[in-house]
Every structure is written in C-alpha cells, then in structure tokens.
Design a protein around this ligand. Sequence first.
Ligand code: SF4
Length: 192
Amino acid sequence: MSDTGITPLLQRVRQCDLCRQQLPQPPRPVLQLDPRARLLIIGQAPGRLAHQSGIPFNDSSGDRLRDWLGLDRQQFYHSGLVAVLPMGFCYPGRGRSGDLPPRTECAPQWHPPLIEALPDCQLWLLVGRYAQDYYLADKRSLTERVRDQQPDARQFCLPHPSPRNRFWLQRNPWFEQQQLPALRQRVAELLD
Ligand code: SF4
C-alpha cells in the first residue's frame, strides 16, 4: 500500500470510537505505522503517559523495550523502520492491579487492514500475553512461549517490558543472558 493509500486508513483509525463507552477518556489511538516498516511490534495498550503524549511506548516500559532491542529513540520512532500496533490502541484505564486489559474490539477491527499495509515486515515481536494469546492461540504459558522458540521465528515472543514484570525477569535470567543478544543482532541486521 502506498503512502497515499495508507492515509485514509489511518484517518479512519484516528476517528474510531468503537468502544468509546468503555474507555475512561475520549478515544486517542496510539500507534505508529508506515508501509516501509520492517519490524512490527504488537504490544498491549498505551499506558497513561503514552496516552497523554500520543507516542507509543513513551514511558519506562518503552525504555526497557528499546534497551532489549538495542535501539535508541530515534531508531525506534523511525516509522519507516518500526511499526507499533498495540492490541488496543486507546488507553483502557486503570483497574485494581494496574492498567486494564486492551479493549478486545480493537485488534479484530483494525489489525487485518493495517498489517496488510506492512508488506515488508519480516519480524513480528509479540510483546506480552495479550498479543501472544491472540496471535498464537495456544495454551502455553508466556514463559514457555518465550523460552521454547526458535531464534529465527518470524513471530518472536517477549515478556512485557513493564517494571511490574521485574520479578519474571529475575526468575528467568536466561531471557536476558541468552535470548536478548541474539534478538538484538537480528534487529540490527533487519534495520541496517
Ligand atoms: S481502542 Fe481501538 S476500537 Fe476502541 S476506540 Fe480506540 S481505536 Fe477504536
């Protein structure tokens, strides 16, 4: 899809109010998309800071994710290299133990046409349980998915980089010691 072809689609996304009634604030879809992107990051939903700025992963989770991938902010926010599609594009609000799950209306509505507009994406990063449950549709735990995957898998699973996940990272040091170096190298080659 050309740049001009993607514009009407993105305008429709920006005007979406499909689940307005369930959101704590008026819809503000937060995503990053350009048909030239080579790396696709499918995350969860924008947190409060990303919602306020309108910039995906513009928070401490994003800082950790960039560190995992070996990307600085300039590279990460180069839409011609990296696309970011959360499972829910709008901030879902807070629950008793953190942000609420992404709205389930969003991915079925918007992911198919948007992903179709990304013909050059050679690596998908499924970040966190919601993206993995949706796209893998298997019964494995997140730990099993992250641990038991091929380093060259087209759909590569990551834990969510939220600071709330630090205990998972402490319990599973193999992730940072063994998987991240290979992933960084793959991302560098892909975006070179
Ligand atoms: S979360 Fe998705 S489906 Fe809901 S209003 Fe925002 S863009 Fe539309």
